[in-house]
Design a protein around this ligand. Structure first.
Ligand code: ATP
Length: 491
């Protein structure tokens, strides 16, 4: 069977993917019955399982396969001083500008970048370079001038009637306790904008109770919240999202070695999950965040272009040092393993290399790689087609569909027995409605890698037909082999 994968133009394909995610129970707009909430999404029955499978794969490779990394689960709410010490209250902001006629707010870099896209080279490149230089110097008046002198207009009002450029803090805040007094800052708490700080404030708890020796890591997965000004591109940029972070605590002076180590490790991890090497690249940061002495992004080629999937940051001792200063609690580590001559320096605040990946961006990575519209000619020359999610079997939400050919003659009972045998090991699905062909197509669209059909021959010789999603090949195998075979394929 000659099968031809028909990948539509990237943007068109992206819209088709978004519709597919909704139609097949992967991702829904949050509060959809109330017309949704911007840049917030809910995961449906298959999306939630896919996300969990990716999270579990990350957690296992970090904590179970490394004997010097342990996992924690810190709270979303943290003492407000945490965010003073981390620099987020003062620095976690983006420059933004409002159009006075439409009242629409823009992130300055997005506004200028969108204008640059309408220009020819070299004008476009020059504009971006000027913008980057101004952002690096925090020169807001310069950015305003750049917008004015290029006559950049608001897409809604069509005017150039702009406010000054201001900083907009991305943290969400709320009040703690029952009484909220106006103007009272004391009970203000933030929804964490990153999970990392939960690790830093627990550094000594974990190091002491786990008797951890440097170098060691603490891993965590969990929700983070950012009031993104322009949230777009589906689950790529959301206001509520999930991070998987690991802080690796090292001896001062060795951080570059570990930075290079984690850079390669993390890239290899993405490849092990099925992301092709040519769809990944490194992007070194020019403007470093307030806490970093080196930083890079692992970028993936999303349907809308190369964008950050994961960040690798050498955070120095910035966070622990500041928590020591603000909390007045020692954050030092006593290093017993140093050479005799280095012993006098054995008491230090560790340096940190961080790996930080967005779980939702990983889900989008996997789905955009998996989605394919295929067409081919049947043997009689007629055309056939399908939409398939080629999700790697190891992380696919459903592993096996068991399909009795008919609803009678004892076939459903045999299917039931097979599901009972397998469901302790992996997710199974039962379906008896519609023709087998239609049922296969539905399973292709959900991304189920294996279908097993129970027919009348099964009653005679205990064999079944197994059908593979990716090749559509079917073969007859003993029913007694199904469970072992699938366990091997997803192992
Ligand atoms: P960006 O430049 O895209 O805004 P960032 O550099 O602010 O991202 P980090 O602070 O390094 O991101 O966060 C680590 C990871 O968290 C990112 O690599 C990304 O995968 C994820 N992430 C950050 N912001 C969002 C968001 N708004 N929605 C979904 N994932 C996010």
């Amino acid at each position: 069977m000659a099968k031809e994968t028909n990948q539509p133009a990237p943007q068109a394909g992206f819209q088709a993917l978004i519709s597919h995610c909704k139609e097949y129970g992967y991702i829904f707009q949050s509060s959809e019955i109330y017309d949704g909430l911007q840049a917030v999404y809910d995961y449906g029955q298959y999306g939630a399982q896919l996300k969990k499978n990716i999270r579990d794969y990350w957690w296992k490779s970090m904590t179970q396969l490394h004997d010097n990394i342990v996992g924690i689960d810190a709270a979303i709410f943290m003492h407000p001083t945490t965010w003073k010490a981390s620099g987020h209250v003062d620095n976690f902001s983006d420059p933004m500008i409002d159009n006075k006629d439409s009242n629409k707010r823009y992130r300055v870099d997005h506004l200028i970048e969108a204008h640059a896209e309408t220009l020819q080279e070299p004008a476009a490149g020059t504009l971006i370079a000027e913008m980057e230089a101004l952002i690096a110097r925090d020169d807001y008046a310069g950015l305003k001038n750049l917008i004015d002198s290029n006559n950049i207009k608001c897409a809604v009002s069509g005017t150039c009637n702009w406010t000054d450029v201001r900083q907009f803090n991305l943290m969400f805040s709320t009040e703690f306790g029952a009484v909220a007094t106006e103007g009272e800052e004391d009970n203000k708490v933030y929804l964490r904008p990153e999970t990392a700080q939960g690790i830093f404030v627990n550094f000594l708890n974990v190091q002491k109770t786990g008797r951890m020796k440097i170098p060691f890591g603490i891993a965590q997965t969990g929700k983070a919240f950012r009031n993104e000004i322009v949230a777009r591109q589906f689950i790529f940029r959301m206001r509520e999202f999930e991070q998987m972070e690991m802080q690796f605590f090292v001896r001062p002076g060795t951080q570059m070695e570990w930075y290079r180590y984690w850079k390669e490790q993390r890239r290899a991890w993405h490849e092990s999950l099925g992301v092709p090497a040519e769809k990944l690249r490194f992007h070194d940061h020019v403007k470093l965040a307030h806490y970093a002495d080196a930083a890079l992004d692992i970028e993936f080629e999303f349907p809308f272009g190369w964008k950050e999937l994961e960040g690798i940051h050498s955070r120095t001792d910035f966070d622990l040092k500041n928590h020591q200063e603000y909390s007045k609690k020692k954050m030092q580590y006593f290093d017993n393993d140093l050479n005799e001559e280095d012993k006098p320096y054995g008491n230090y605040i560790p340096y940190v290399v961080e790996t930080s990946v967005g779980l939702d961006r990983l889900v989008l990575t996997i789905l955009s790689l998996a989605y394919a519209e295929e067409k081919w000619n049947r043997e009689d020359g007629s055309e056939d087609s399908r939409v398939v999610l080629r999700i790697p079997p190891r992380i696919a939400p459903l592993k096996l569909a068991v399909l009795p050919l008919t609803k009678k003659d004892g076939l459903p009972e045999i299917a039931d027995a097979l599901i009972k045998e397998c469901k302790g090991d992996f997710h199974c699905f039962y379906e008896e409605k519609d023709s087998i062909g239609k049922r296969y197509r539905r399973m292709d669209a959900i991304g189920t890698p294996f279908c097993v059909t129970i027919d009348h021959q099964t009653k005679e010789d205990n064999t079944v037909t197994i059908r593979y999603r990716d090749t559509m090949v079917q073969e007859r195998i003993p029913m007694a082999d199904v469970r072992r075979l699938i366990n091997e394929k997803i192992g």
